[in-house]
Ligand binder design. Sequence first.
Ligand code: AMP
Length: 434
Amino acid sequence: MTTFQSLGLSEPLRKALGAKGYEQPTPIQLQAIPPVLDGRDLCGIAQTGTGKTAAFALPTLDYLARNAGPPPKRSARVLVLSPTRELAAQIADSFRDYGRFMRLSVATAFGGVPINRQIRDLVGGVDVLVATPGRLLDLIEQRALHLKGVEVFVLDEADQMMDLGFIVPIKRVHALLPAQRQTLFFSATMPKAIADLGAQFLTDPVRVSVAPAATTAERVHQAVTFVDQREKPALLALALKGSKIDRALVFTRTKHGADRVVRQLSACGIPAVAIHGNKSQAQRTTALQAFRDGRVRILIATDIAARGIDVSGVSHVFNYELPNVPEQYVHRIGRTARAGAEGMAMSFCAPDERAYLKDIEKLTRVKLEVAPLPENFVESVRSLPKPAAAKPEPDQRRPQGRPGGARREDGAKRNYRRRKGPVGAHRGAVKRSG
Ligand code: AMP
């Protein structure tokens, strides 16, 4: 059994790992730490939840511990690029945590918060800077930061960077980095475009992978319920009321969809909070904190906002809307069943999402178990509090007198309304391309 001791990490890190109660390295840590300690470049395929943050943070901190010295002014010795603010904040916290017995300065740079504080933080230089690409370039343009001092460059979640259109900014960052450096490149999936990107940054890298690119987390119990779009709010409310849920993460495809689910749940007496790109950084942080410390058990999120978020004890993931990119499904359900726990991933599939489901099943090579609608679904729906029928949301306000007012609040979009037939009549029968 390999332990952290045998990996040869320096004393302050072993102490920090002991304090955290980590006994054994995870597979990605086992594979990545030794070559990174040897100074090699690394190309890693690993999802969040595998322990990949420590896989790059520990050997990088070890390098700093063994090569102590002041960071150059207005620069950083280690630069980590992350696609989202939340993930950047989380990675910075991990560095602080693992480096707590070292002299270490860690700063973050991401949008949504005033830039001045970040400029001040960088004046004297920092050991570790965790940044999102846009704000990093802003700081460089304002001459608050240069990258000449970077000795280790970590690019995390490369596939997500690409999805978010960060390729040009990343290439600009790359052009500013010193040629002499160590580069660690991580991605949950490694399609050709990402591999090509990695090839531009890496020199003779060691390749490590903890799971085939699109393997679904093994300990997650996955199921799908076929349900009409307009029935989804009721199904979610019933599921959240009925199951023993410690913490649930509910995914929607759009920001407005996330807000709508919060309102619908609130109308049924179920408190929930949302995070997505239209929320201010302060709102996102507050919502995430409430979810982390258990004050709110239900977090509604879009893919981008939730990517990489590490909250332990997420018992359920609900795919309220199926993702149109099948890889996102893998990322979503990776939020549950962490660190040895079991998890449950429930997908709600409307008729026009069947094609998405097919893509997901093809990618994961898992045929999802079908969970039928609850026996008494129609009666249960009737017994739910009528969601705020008297208070149309400002963005949904329509002329009065439209028939089917009770359904208006369920978020059904125009194209769903057009569909005729009794609730649930389509079940299992309709096949539409998504
Ligand atoms: P990550 O994939 O970096 O997001 O890590 C997922 C979770 O696993 C985080 O909560 C880490 O704190 C935790 N973790 C990382 N390495 C270990 C380890 N060797 N033993 C136990 N937990 C770990």
